[in-house]
Design a protein around this ligand. Structure first.
Ligand SMILES: Cc1cc2nc3c(=O)[nH]c(=O)nc-3n(C[C@H](O)[C@H](O)[C@H](O)COP(=O)(O)OP(=O)(O)OC[C@H]3O[C@@H](n4cnc5c(N)ncnc54)[C@H](O)[C@@H]3O)c2cc1C
Length: 489
């Protein structure tokens, strides 16, 4: 019997993989429904996905159906985007990103006056980085010897000089591009795992490869449909769910888990997987246990401030994903990671799912998810910061879109680092667990198996291989494989 704490995307992935291997699986979820950060809200005729909005690597979700020989298309559908994102700069520059590689090279080089050969070289170098590192970092445990004893690892070590591990992403980009706007464009990908392009290593330029090579997708019915379909699959396959049942302690005997105590009862288990953030797992559920303090002290990723606005107008120049860049980009990251405050001129991300799901907004309207990156929750005066940011965002969007946005807002909901921390118990409200602001970050994440407790495993954004939907799904897979190696069925 396996008990899983939390039904985030990683918890569901682990549950499905383990069920497929023949284990009995029970999930305890503190909330009334599954999904964690992938939740949704509806307000005055507008529906909003609460957390993630960018969907990449859908094949990882499909695999979860395929292992049960179910056709994913019968339960879960998505469309591939022809255009990745619309970008806006304050000087009036606009760029719509073609998904197709050759078109991208042509259009990007023309708009930003870059050498097309350099752009092509950059994309190819990113691909090499991905090919060399994905089998080691994204698909395996870094804490098993066999990961290092294979040809792929030897190959990666031999080409380590191509990985740009030893300089920040921003400096890597300068090797290819001259225009500050090109640098900004490719720096932004550091924020996909909550890091700073001025600190995270150049290897992170493999992130645009995920977007540009594998594509970006929109799940029919919105991001929430990923969770709904996986939950239904888990139910069909016999995973047991206990909602509104918070786990309050992981009970140990001789450094082995014997049971989970919840708000309702105590249940014996042979094996436990925590999908909860690793910091509160130790601090709240393993009180008195000797926690791996060095690992837990890793800098956390950025958090976010999001305004969910019901807008009573449609905007032709906007697509599903839209970015309005800051004029003080470096300062924005200093604010997030050093000053722990919000920038006066933040980069603004606007996601509009009603572009593809018209029922997400009343006719003639759009559901705007307006997000800026934010520091974690260190007890700042959030009410004041939110009020200031709302005005700054309204002003900037108003100028660039030529509209009085405030007058168009019919309904508002706000989610800030405090709320993100409270809802999913993510330490400091981090979106992606630990930040990748140093070159050793990938090795310093908490492993998928406890080093001290022989039958305790971990999955989710705060452990290896990291945050974001694709990596979380992979973490559930890696944890299930480790369990199957240690306790074969
Ligand atoms: C605003 C925002 C935007 C994002 N944008 C993107 C994006 O565009 N693309 C992308 O790929 N990723 C994005 N992410 C990151 C992504 O959402 C996360 O990496 C991922 O969803 C984390 O999943 P998880 O399985 O680790 O856990 P979580 O989603 O954090 O779920 C953990 C679950 O555990 C439950 N739990 C916690 N403690 C207990 C307990 N004691 N007992 C029982 N249950 C418990 C919680 O209630 C929760 O349901 C974003 C996140 C946010 C918040």
């Amino acid at each position: 019997m396996i008990g899983i704490i939390g039904s985030g995307i990683a918890g569901l992935s682990a549950a499905l993989r383990l069920r497929n291997l023949g284990y009995d699986v029970t999930i305890f979820e503190a909330h009334q429904c599954p999904g964690g950060k992938l939740d949704q809200i509806s307000q005055e005729g507008y529906r909003f996905d609460l957390g993630p909005s960018l969907f990449t690597m859908p094949q990882y979700i499909d695999e979860l159906f395929e292992i049960f020989e179910e056709n994913p298309r019968a339960h879960f559908n998505y469309l591939k985007k022809d255009s990745l994102c619309n970008y806006f700069w304050s000087d009036g520059t606009r760029f719509q990103t073609p998904a197709e590689k050759e078109k991208f090279i042509e259009s990007f080089s023309k708009t930003f006056k870059e050498n097309p050969k350099k752009v092509k070289q950059f994309l190819e170098d990113n691909e090499l980085k991905y090919q060399l590192t994905a089998p080691i970092f994204l698909r395996s445990s870094l804490h098993r010897l066999k990961t290092y004893l294979n040809w792929m690892t030897v190959k990666a070590i031999m080409k380590v000089y191509r990985l740009d591990l030893f300089k920040p992403l921003y400096r890597t980009l300068k090797h290819y591009f001259k225009n500050p706007k090109s640098l900004q464009f490719f720096s932004r990908h550091a924020t996909y795992n909550g890091s700073s392009p001025y600190q995270t290593p150049g290897i992170m330029s493999l992130i645009p490869h995920l977007e540009m090579h594998f594509g970006t997708y929109y799940p029919e019915g919105g991001m929430r449909s990923i969770i709904e379909s996986l939950y239904q699959l888990a139910m069909r396959q016999g995973v047991q769910f206990h909602f509104n049942e918070k786990v309050t302690s992981i009970d140990l005997k001789n450094d082995k888990v014997i049971s989970l105590t919840t708000s309702k009862s105590t249940y014996p288990f042979d094996i436990v997987v925590s999908n909860m953030d690793v910091v509160p797992t130790y601090r709240k559920l393993l009180k008195g246990f000797n926690a791996p303090e060095k690992t837990l002290a890793q800098e956390r990723s950025s958090s976010a401030l999001i305004f969910y606005w019901g807008i009573k107008k449609t905007f032709k120049e906007l697509d599903l994903h839209n970015i309005f860049f800051s004029n003080q980009y470096e300062e924005e990251f200093k604010c997030i990671f050093e000053k722990k405050t919000l920038s006066e001129d933040p980069t603004i991300y606007v996601n509009i799912s009603s572009k593809h799901t018209p029922t997400d907004a009343p006719e003639g309207g759009e559901n705007w998810f307006v997000m800026i990156n934010a520091p974690g929750n260190y007890g700042q005066d959030w009410e004041q910061l939110i009020d200031l940011s709302r005005e700054r965002i309204l002003h900037k969007l108003g100028e660039l879109l030529g509209e009085n946005i405030k007058e168009l807002i019919e309904t508002e909901f706000v989610w800030d680092p405090r709320g993100i921390e409270a809802k999913t118990d993510s330490f400091l409200g981090a979106l992606y667990g630990a930040a990748s602001n140093n070159r050793m970050a990938a090795f310093l994440r908490h492993p998928n198996k406890s080093p001290q407790i022989s039958n305790l495993y971990f999955c989710g954004g705060s452990v290896h291989p990291g945050g974001g939907i694709p990596l979380c799904v992979q973490s559930g897979k890696i944890a299930s494989e480790l369990i199957n190696e240690d306790f074969p069925k």
